[in-house]
Design a protein around this ligand. Structure first.
Ligand SMILES: Cc1cc2nc3c(=O)[nH]c(=O)nc-3n(C[C@H](O)[C@H](O)[C@H](O)COP(=O)(O)OP(=O)(O)OC[C@H]3O[C@@H](n4cnc5c(N)ncnc54)[C@H](O)[C@@H]3O)c2cc1C
Length: 280
């Protein structure tokens, strides 16, 4: 299918981006286009103006400051996947779709789009990161990952706001894993699990975070798994017992690929695998 007609501008400053957004209430920001354009082709999104962010300076790049990574929203999945020092973020970016998608898709676009089957939102939730948005009035506010994802394709970023930075805690010393189950290679996650584990001096579990992809309308933490492990041992029995609780409190809708019960089964299996990888 082809899109409805639309206008296109490519501003070279954030001020001009906001001017363009103000000029048309049906305007939409464009980053890599790999989520928005497919929606436009099936007319689930019908913006009358696309405001391309790609020529705005200062919106891409990766820097480290005060224990956090600061990542520009236009930084592509392909830029993240080659940065081993980013840990779980690099690992997960490399598991998104195929190289063609990773060469265009951006971290800011993925987080703003808020698809619960996407991988990076889950990792941001597990890492307790945040995004900074600039408002139309020129102010800035930080939105914690826990508050960012509100419902299917719905985030706390207002239509006239722009994500200008992503804050991702560096998580030095934490083990990590992202397990993703797909029907075909390079597909969307049927279910995904991000596990982050900090071991104490005795080798036990000092802290742990587990978050789930595609188990609800937003990425979800798995609090029962976390409390089962935190402060205890990390032997195979403890991990199995904790992972068995991964689907607690979730009610994922069935889709073409998996029933609700199968997704809950996958969450348990993938959580065990992710925890095992994260501690090795
Ligand atoms: C075939 C295919 C397979 C895919 N498989 C996966 C997968 O397995 N896992 C996965 O996670 N993703 C997958 N994706 C999605 C891909 O990662 C997208 O590129 C990404 O989700 C959106 O990034 P984008 O830069 O393309 O955003 P765009 O499509 O340009 O924009 C998406 C939304 O974000 C808004 N937006 C963009 N930038 C900003 C900003 N700075 N501030 C505020 N709002 C902004 C736009 O207005 C739009 O509403 C797939 C895509 C395709 C086409």
């Amino acid at each position: 299918m082809i899109t409805a007609e639309f206008d296109y501008v490519a501003p070279t400053s954030l001020d001009d981006v906001f001017r363009a957004l103000r000029s048309d209430e049906d305007a939409k920001l464009l980053a890599g286009g790999h989520s928005l354009l497919p929606l436009m082709k099936v007319r689930l999104a019908v913006p009358s103006l696309l405001v391309d962010l790609r020529h705005v300076p200062g919106l891409r790049g990766i820097e480290r400051a005060n224990g956090d990574w600061r990542i520009g929203p236009l930084t592509r999945h392909a830029d993240l996947q080659v940065r081993d020092d980013l840990g779980v973020l690099a690992l997960t970016a490399g598991l998104i779709a195929d190289q063609q998608v990773r060469n265009r898709g951006t971290i800011g676009g993925s987080l703003a789009h808020g698809d619960s089957a996407s991988d990076l939102p889950t990792v941001l939730v597990a890492a307790e990161g945040a995004v900074t948005v600039r408002t139309a009035a020129g102010a800035e506010r930080e939105i914690a990952a826990a508050d960012l994802f509100q419902d299917y394709l719905t985030t706390a970023v207002a239509p006239d706001e722009v994500i200008t930075s992503v804050r991702f805690p560096a998580l030095d010393g934490w083990g990590y894993a992202y397990e993703k189950f797909t029907r075909r290679a390079e597909d969307w996650a049927m279910v995904g699990v991000c596990a982050l584990v900090k071991r104490g001096p005795d080798g036990g579990c000092e802290d742990v975070r587990v978050a789930l992809t595609n188990m609800g309308s937003t990425p979800l933490r798995a609090p029962a798994v976390e409390s089962a492990l935190r402060g205890g041992g990390l032997d195979a029995g403890a991990i199995q017992a904790a992972a068995d609780q991964a689907a607690e409190g979730t009610d994922p809708p069935a889709d073409l690929n998996a029933s609700t019960e199968y997704k809950r089964h996958l969450a348990r299996v993938l959580t065990r695998r992710a925890l095992e990888r994260a501690i090795n």
